[in-house]
Design a protein around this ligand. Sequence first.
Ligand code: F6R
Length: 273
Amino acid sequence: MEIVILRSAQEGAQLAADMVAEVLTSGSNTVLGLATGSSPLGLYAELARRRRSGALHFGGTSAFALDEYVGLPSDHPQSYASIIRDEVVQPLGLDPAAVHVPDGSADDLVGACRAYEQAIQDAGGVDVQILGIGANGHIGFNEPTSSFASRTRIKTLSPQTRSDNARFFDSPDQVPEHCITQGLGTIAETRRLVLLAQGEHKARAVAAMVEGPVTAMCPASLLQMHPDATVILDELAASALTLSDYYSYVYEHKPAWQRHDPATITAERERHK
Ligand code: F6R
């Protein structure tokens, strides 16, 4: 796992955009994995800025969201379908038909979960997955004690997650109790993971993810087992890390052979499709 500690969220958004751009330019028909919430908003804005300036093109790109609330109609302003449409599909000019969000309003939720997994497989898997982290260590909506082998399924949101997300709703009781989320096993199969975290309220979860044991009590600790995971932090989110000076030293001295070269990314993608 690579840990990058930067002075501001804006620098983090730029680095994450560089990483997404590397993947976009390494082959055609890129499959993006999308998180919602506050953490990736700067990244999406930076990708949109690069698109407007002509530096990035998203033709042929498809995408899969990590999760969706159960029971919110897809046109509800806080449904992740609405947020992905407003923050990603429109600003990046993606084809709406190529951007998938789990169907939290389906009559057959179990069938919708199965179909979502199949759609990811049919697309050849996710090339680069953007992640945030919950204050309780969740990724997607895989709450503590989620199985590392889990696939897309219905989950019950923890009281902490409901209270953390209440800021997006008019009142806390409007936050749905259930969601559909990609599983930890699903997320583990994506070829590249880029996790963004900002702010002191994430510091404990970040320290558990990076320096704690690999445990279902901190679902994000899964990243310790992934061959290509980068964690991009601001100084507050990094403030509980024991080895932060070492991570900064490693990043500053990153040798050329450790950088991702486009040919290797292209070869990896071809191998899996
Ligand atoms: C949302 C998601 C969640 C969030 C996490 C952090 O799609 O997957 O894991 O990334 O709850 O949320 P923010 O970024 O709002 O702090």
